[in-house]
Design a protein around this ligand. Structure first.
Ligand code: GLN
Length: 456
């Protein structure tokens, strides 16, 4: 049914870079055979999944949305993909993204744009725009995305879906192409909180192949979400509205939808308080130094020698340096180049302390602000993004990339602090979905489901 749906709408939506129909049907047939034979199956066996094209899949094209990996077929599986395979989830395909997950609109894909199923003149958000659009367009029930600065939560907000960024280190990143390693997290994108809980449970857990992996047991997110949905009650829960993240700079329609969602929470018995996180004012600046620094280091491996594209210079000697330069000039898009240049500059001798060092200090301040705020509330809340989905071309027309980076203001603090966050739908503004963000303390991802499940 999902492959039929992909056949019907994909030309308009463009959520996928690769559709793996045959493989999906083969897994589905295997699951059916096992079910008929009375074998023990995972409860969600047979429910199909789409993976962001940043997740390595053995034998299946994995591009990171970049020309430099345009023909790369990985020799191994990412742990998150292996886990969905082991649970018997048929792979529908690999979804579109901004190149190497850098962007907020999916317009930076080297291949094609993805449209927002609510209004095809609008972007689906990014960088996991394909993952979100696939779910919103009913092309996939489960989607796996990555969130380095909001790339699961912001596209969820723009497409009226549910997106979760788990606690840093709680979902393996082994085999997931790295953007900024101290910020990257893999997370689920689905249409309901319960579905996100189910997929999150499949993805999470310790992985000896990921050195940042936490040893924690995976709690039952699904049980928490189901119980919360059944009771619908938030009695005894405190929601802390982050003062710094509901400013006048936010679109009026976003603010009013957010206020209405708070009223719903209050009617369900929640106590609403206001919390102050003064360092969040510097979080965006810190992110846009730390992230490019790590990007410049992670992307140094695309040198035209080891894997992916190799381009030789049109004239002059063919040396390691000239091949590297020609390959990177042809293989990377402008946004990726911008960030590599910014990152190498920020890390260069003499600037390191002033830029990267200061940004790391801000990161500590953000963590302290959150720690203090969680003394006053069970979860912190804000709109997920200051606006609803932008129109196509807004990115290209923006003369200053900083203006677009501002759209990440509400999502990046969670990545800097390593805490979990969820975006869930909070109604519409002029026909377009608005996202309501919940943030919980590190390793308390289950709270997102216990509270999000009651709000849905
Ligand atoms: N929009 C952010 C950026 O461009 C988010 C990236 C991400 O989470 N992968 O950096």
């Amino acid at each position: 049914a999902h492959l039929e749906r992909i056949g019907a709408v994909e030309e308009t939506v463009g959520a996928f870079i690769t559709v793996t129909g045959e493989q999906a049907l083969a897994t589905a047939a295997e699951v059916d055979a096992k079910r008929t034979a009375g074998e023990d199956l995972h409860p969600f066996a047979g429910v199909p999944v789409a993976h962001k094209d940043l997740v390595s899949t053995e034998g299946i094209l994995t591009t990171a949305g970049s020309r430099i990996l345009g023909n790369w077929v990985p020799p191994y599986d990412a742990t998150v993909y292996r886990k969905t395979q082991e649970a018997g989830l048929p792979l529908l395909g690999k979804t579109n993204l901004d190149e190497f997950a850098m962007g907020s609109t999916t317009e930076h894909s080297a291949f094609h744009p993805t449209t927002n199923p609510w209004d095809t003149s609008k972007v689906p958000g990014g960088s996991s725009g394909g993952a979100a659009a696939a779910v919103a367009a009913y092309e996939a029930p489960f989607s796996v995305g990555t969130d380095t600065g909001g790339s699961v939560r912001q596209p969820a907000a723009f497409t009226g879906t549910v997106g979760v960024k788990p606690t840093y280190g709680s979902v393996s990143r082994y085999g997931v192409i790295a953007m900024a390693s101290s910020l990257d997290q893999v997370g689920p994108l689905t249409r309901t909180v319960g579905d996100a809980a189910a997929l999150h449970e499949i993805l999470a857990g310790h992985d000896p192949f990921d050195s940042t992996s936490l040893p924690d047991e995976v709690p039952s997110f699904l049980a928490a979400a189901t119980a919360a949905a059944a009771s619908g009650s938030l009695a005894g829960r405190k929601l802390g509205v982050i003062k710094q993240l509901v400013s006048d700079a936010y679109a009026p329609g976003v603010r009013s939808a957010f206020r209405e969602a708070l009223d719903v929470a209050a009617k369900a018995g929640a106590e609403i308080v206001e919390v102050d996180c003064p360092s969040l004012g510097y979080a965006l600046d810190a992110y846009y130094l730390i992230m490019p620094s790590e990007v410049s280091s992670n992307l140094a491996r695309y040198d035209g020698m080891r894997f992916g594209l190799r381009v030789e210079p049109e004239e002059g000697p063919v040396t390691a340096e000239t091949v590297m330069a020609a390959t990177r000039a042809a293989g990377f898009g402008s946004e990726v180049k911008r960030r590599i240049i910014l990152g190498t500059y920020a890390l260069s001798a003499g600037y390191y302390d002033a830029y990267y060092g200061s940004a790391q200090k801000v990161r500590t301040l953000v963590q302290r602000d959150f720690a203090a705020a969680f003394e006053q509330a069970d979860v912190l809340v804000s709109p997920t993004a200051p606006t609803t989905a932008l129109s196509f071309g807004a990115e290209a027309e923006a003369t200053d990339p900083m203006a677009l980076y501002l759209g990440d203001i509400a999502t990046i603090p969670a990545n800097l602090a390593g805490i979990p966050g969820m975006s869930l739908p909070a109604g519409l503004s002029e026909g377009m979905p608005v996202g309501f963000q919940l943030l919980a303390p590190a390793r308390e991802d289950v709270r997102l489901y216990a509270i999000g499940g009651a709000l849905e």
